[in-house]
Design a binder for this molecule. Structure first.
Ligand code: ADP
Ligand code: MG
Length: 247
């Protein structure tokens, strides 16, 4: 069974105007299959439909056409949702709380039993290398640390599939390396990772496969092991140029 199946997925946003409503095709007949145990990246310039695709996968948006399946369950499904950990593009974290307090808050909202939760919070803080800073207020955290709190939050209920929306965005080189290591470690422990990025070099370092998407369309799927190391960015740019030239 695949971790994710996306079939003929299409999303048209309708912006209501006074006289006529305006339609925008954000995801255009997308088909993708993500195998269990993979690290898979969807890469595309801003506005390509990555976040929309992720929200459709999570059941946060309804598709105009097509379907998504998570571990064989058709989205929206509570069972599917319970197997997914999600890092939003802009995680909302209260800056006056400490890392431990915010994880407690998220855990309580997901109805995790208190004793289990305490132990799990320690485990996820260890996983994202924030144990030493667990009692520091988030207002004092760097962007990279906040991003790791976001990942810790996504891991609380032990999901089998992690969906990360732009996990590398805005990180410095140390933050990027930490994030890559965390993703690879979670993958080594058996999780499937699906993430979006417009930062190609970091995706190349950790992905088994990537999909290049542009203007809502799948341009190409690449098995990263089959290309020369460091070439993904060139391939990415050439695919986008070809699409723009209408080839
Ligand atoms: P990405 O994550 O690849 O940057 P998005 O999925 O956020 O792309 O957006 C794809 C396109 O859909 C963009 O052009 C964006 O402006 C448009 N879009 C996103 N959300 C909405 C919305 N709620 N209403 C109308 N258009 C939207
Ligand atoms: Mg986005």
């Amino acid at each position: 069974m695949n971790a994710i199946e996306i079939k003929n997925l299409t999303k048209i946003y309708v912006k209501k105007r006074l006289i006529r409503s305006k339609k925008f095709l954000a995801v255009d007949n997308l088909n993708l299959e993500i195998v269990q145990g993979e690290v898979f990246g969807i890469l595309g310039p801003n506005g390509s439909g990555k976040t929309t695709t992720i929200k459709l996968l999570l059941g946060l948006l309804f598709p105009t056409r097509g379907d998504c399946f998570v571990f064989g369950e058709k989205v929206p499904s509570l069972l599917a949702a319970s197997k997914i950990g999600y890092l939003p593009e802009i995680p909302y974290l209260y800056k006056y709380l400490t890392a431990r307090e915010i994880l407690h808050l998220y855990g309580s909202v997901s109805h995790i039993n208190d004793q289990i939760l305490e132990k799990r919070i320690e485990e996820v803080l260890e996983l994202v290398k924030l144990r030493a800073e667990k009692d520091t207020r988030l207002g004092e955290f760097s962007k990279g640390m906040l991003q790791r709190v976001g990942v810790a939050q996504a891991l609380l209920h032990k999901p089998k599939l992690l969906i990360l929306d732009e996990p590398f965005s805005g990180l410095d080189p140390i933050g990027l390396k930490d994030m890559r290591e965390i993703i690879l470690q979670l993958n080594a422990e058996g999780d499937t990772i699906f993430f979006s990025s417009h930062i190609i070099s970091d995706a190349e370092k950790i992905c088994d496969r990537v999909a290049i998407i542009y203007k809502g369309r799948l341009l190409r799927i690449i098995n990263v092991k089959e290309i020369e190391h460091g070439k993904l960015e060139d391939i990415f740019i050439s695919e986008i140029n070809k699409a723009d030239a209408g080839k």
